[in-house]
Design a protein around this ligand. Structure first.
Ligand SMILES: Cc1cc2nc3c(=O)[nH]c(=O)nc-3n(C[C@H](O)[C@H](O)[C@H](O)COP(=O)(O)O)c2cc1C
Length: 195
């Protein structure tokens, strides 16, 4: 079990972590990326299957290519659905300079084995561990759900070395934060106690 000091630290990491969308150009050491993945794989998995694989992408041109592929599809989808709260993101997507990966130095794709019973949930738990571990190391991160569209593009899947028997669950970006936005305020949770 943890010492009191360790448990205070983990609560502060959980409380303070936030999505980072502005990065410095400083490269991330491979050692840090390995440490982040090592934390990820400590997540629980259904039947203990550990159905994940990881693709570490540092190729900024490839990330830009993936972003440019996803953007028009996202614009069409968001305009079609017309949901409130998407206006700001839609405007950003329409800017040709905008990169859905926010020019982060690293993208890690958490891939889930298609045949596993609970790949999506298992990989999501892994992804959260990774983002928390990154924060503890002073590294920012953001889950880029928009990048799941890569799954529709065989050329990008090949370039990103995603095997056929796996699917992209969590596209996560990492890098040293240039600026930090305030953490979005959490609503009070609705809790029901029984009895
Ligand atoms: C499944 C999922 C998909 C997300 N997709 C995106 C995305 O495509 N782009 C983005 O900027 N943030 C994305 N986010 C980050 C959320 O916007 C962010 O977690 C949320 O606003 C809460 O902020 P916080 O992470 O700073 O606490 C995603 C988060 C999750 C969990």
């Amino acid at each position: 079990m943890m010492t009191e000091a360790e448990s205070i630290e983990i609560f502060s990491v959980i409380r303070e972590r936030r999505s980072v969308r502005n990065y410095t150009d400083r490269e991330l050491p491979d050692e840090a990326l390995r440490a982040i993945i090592a934390a990820g794989i400590q997540a629980p998995t259904a039947l203990g299957l550990q159905p994940w694989q990881f693709v570490i992408v540092k190729d900024r041109a490839l990330m830009r290519r993936a972003s440019d592929y996803c953007k028009p599809i996202l614009i069409e989808k968001i305009e079609e659905e017309g949901k409130s709260g998407t206006e700001e993101f839609l405007a950003a997507l329409k800017n040709p300079e905008f990169n859905i990966f926010y020019n982060a130095p690293v993208l890690i794709l958490v891939l889930g084995a298609r045949e596993a019973v609970s790949s999506f949930l298992d990989c999501a738990l892994c992804a959260e561990n990774m983002m928390l571990a990154a924060w503890a190391l002073g590294i920012g991160s953001c889950w880029i759900g928009s990048a799941a569209l890569i799954q529709q593009n065989p050329d990008l899947l090949a370039a990103l070395k995603v095997p056929d028997n796996h699917q992209i669950v969590a596209p996560l970006i990492f890098g040293y934060p240039a600026t930090l936005s305030p953490k979005p305020v959490r609503r009070e949770p609705r809790i029901t106690w029984v009895p």
